[in-house]
Design a protein around this ligand. Structure first.
Ligand code: ADP
Ligand code: MG
Length: 508
């Protein structure tokens, strides 16, 4: 049997095929884009605390992933037989096909997003919360861009699947590529020749869009971006800092009552039967630097995290700026006092938790811009000023992965400073650093202490704690065991404290 090449080639100019290709592209793009959005919403809803929502979504995903698309297509297209009111919508094969594909694909794509979402470290979300960014903002600026980057290769792959699945819509007589082919070969019986042409159109679409997707993937991949130093001719280098650009402050910009910046009253934190904090009272005066030391597992991190709402309180309450801030009665998410005032508390984490998809400058401007949409230039200038303060201004255009650990931690301090907090909490800011990088971070904290910044610092750097602090707190077993000045600490005859300090200084 002869293969009719001339006929096959002539099909490459067949307008019906090109029109059908447009239908396929249109349908695939709509299903892919809407499916990506819907799938993301499903993936988020599946994590909902409400068990009915979470279970309902799981059921939806399980059911529509199990159902063959062909069955769903026929079902949706014939729905008007049972519900005539749907006929105006579903009598169009394009709309019916789109809806059926969307239902099925959103279930698949939500699983792709789930893997993207679970790849975002918890610290990213906590860093956003500590900057006072709410749920939607955290999703929009922190989670979605990173999750999308992780999901992109699989989403690209899913686009290819969708393009191929559109051929099934021929069953409900949508004039797509396969149906055009079928109509041709039922007349001329050149089945193989026609199907070669059909194959050509599918391969063309998948190839062109495959390129587009991998281009987009590369664009999202911040690890490929070139590091950029702030050049001498960068306009940002030539604007004079105005008096409007503030730095660290000793007193809050809001009205406050009393002499304390932060107060913890009978703070109790338990995880089930495990009582971690057993009733802690602490008052921190304006401008005071309080170091917290103590053996591993004594509850230092838990204490710091309950002070800024990253952990809920089991009992007790916390006041900030002399006003109620957190209590065991209301969760931070539901508390107006918390939402309004969290911006006054800065937090620096052990693992920096910089946003890897944002430049250093964007890391620092994110929260100020989120809280005050106008004044973009002021936010940039403030950011540059605080970056200059921590010696990182020249690196403003780099990405976090292009910096050393010490540099990243200095940026994290600048990010906290840009919010002009009244208090900054540090949780072992130098523990994740190589020994030679510890000094540069401690120097920045020391400078802040000299400026009168109110700070609480969990640390194992004993010499540093004794040098910069007004008070040193020794925690053990969920209690504050010693709360004294550095001089008193050095002279203390508390055996546990002496023993602990001995161990720590031997370790360092
Ligand atoms: P430290 O910072 O002083 O080393 P932590 O505050 O991290 O101590 O931990 C104190 C205790 O609380 C530890 O015994 C730890 O296992 C427990 N803990 C901390 N976080 C959790 C949690 N999310 N769930 C259960 N237990 C926890
Ligand atoms: Mg800790």
């Amino acid at each position: 049997m002869q293969f009719d090449w001339v006929y096959t080639f002539s099909q490459l100019w067949n307008m019906s095929f090109w029109k059908a290709s447009l239908v396929v592209i249109e349908l695939s793009l709509i299903v892919w884009i809407l499916g990506t959005i819907l799938g993301f919403i499903l993936a988020l809803a599946r994590q909902a605390k409400n068990p009915i929502i979470a279970k309902g979504i799981s059921l939806y995903i399980w059911f529509f992933r199990s159902l063959p698309l062909l069955v769903l297509l026929v079902f949706v297209f014939n729905l008007p037989q049972m519900f005539p009111s749907t006929s105006s919508l579903l009598s169009s094969p394009f709309i019916a096909g789109m809806i059926a594909m969307l239902i099925s694909e959103s279930a698949y794509i939500s699983e792709i997003h789930r893997s993207g979402l679970s790849s975002i470290p918890k610290g990213q979300i906590e860093a956003g919360k500590a900057l006072g960014i709410r749920y939607v903002g955290i999703q929009k600026y922190i989670v979605i861009p990173q999750a999308l980057r992780v999901a992109m290769p699989n989403l690209g792959n899913e686009f290819v699947t969708i393009v191929k699945l559109t051929s099934l819509v021929s069953i409900i007589s949508l004039t797509e590529i396969l149906l055009v082919g079928q109509r041709l070969y039922t007349q001329n019986f050149l089945v193989i020749e026609t199907m070669v042409a059909v194959a050509f159109y599918y391969v063309l679409i998948v190839t062109v869009f495959g390129w587009a997707v991998s281009w987009f993937e590369k664009k999202l991949d911040f690890s490929r971006r070139q590091p950029g130093l702030l050049t001498a001719d960068d306009p940002l280098n030539h604007v004079q800092y105005t008096s409007q650009v503030p730095t660290a402050q000793k007193k809050p910009s809001v009205d406050y009552v009393g002499e304390y910046a932060l107060e913890a009253h009978q703070v109790v934190k338990s995880y089930g039967e495990h009582h971690v904090l057993k009733g802690i009272d602490l008052q921190v005066k304006w401008g005071q630097v309080v170091s917290i030391i103590g053996p591993s597992g004594s509850g230092k991190t838990t204490f710091i995290r309950t002070l800024n709402g990253l952990e809920t309180l089991t009992k007790g309450h916390v006041s900030l700026l002399g006003q109620p801030f957190l209590s065991s009665d209301t969760s931070p998410a539901d508390s107006k006092n918390y939402q309004n005032n969290i911006i006054h508390v800065g937090m620096v984490f052990q693992n920096f938790n910089l946003f890897p998809h944002k430049t250093i400058l964007e890391n620092v401007t994110l929260a100020p811009s989120y809280h005050n949409k106008s004044n973009a230039l002021i936010h940039k200038l403030t950011a540059l000023k605080v970056l200059e303060k921590v010696g990182m201004k020249q690196h403003a255009n780099k990405y976090p992965h292009q910096l050393s650990g010490g540099q990243q931690q200095r940026v994290a301090i600048a990010r906290a400073l840009a919010m002009q907090p009244s208090v900054i909490l540090f949780d072992e800011p130098t523990s994740a650093l190589d020994p030679e990088l510890v000094g540069e971070v401690l120097k920045v904290i020391e400078d802040l202490a000299k400026e009168g910044m109110t700070m609480m610092i969990v640390t194992h750097e004993m010499d540093f704690a004794l040098q910069v602090s007004d008070r040193v707190i020794f925690m053990e077993g969920g209690h504050i065991v010693v709360d004294a000045s550095p001089a008193q600490i050095k002279a203390s005859d508390n055996q546990r404290l002496q023993q602990f300090m001995g161990i720590e200084s031997n370790a360092s």
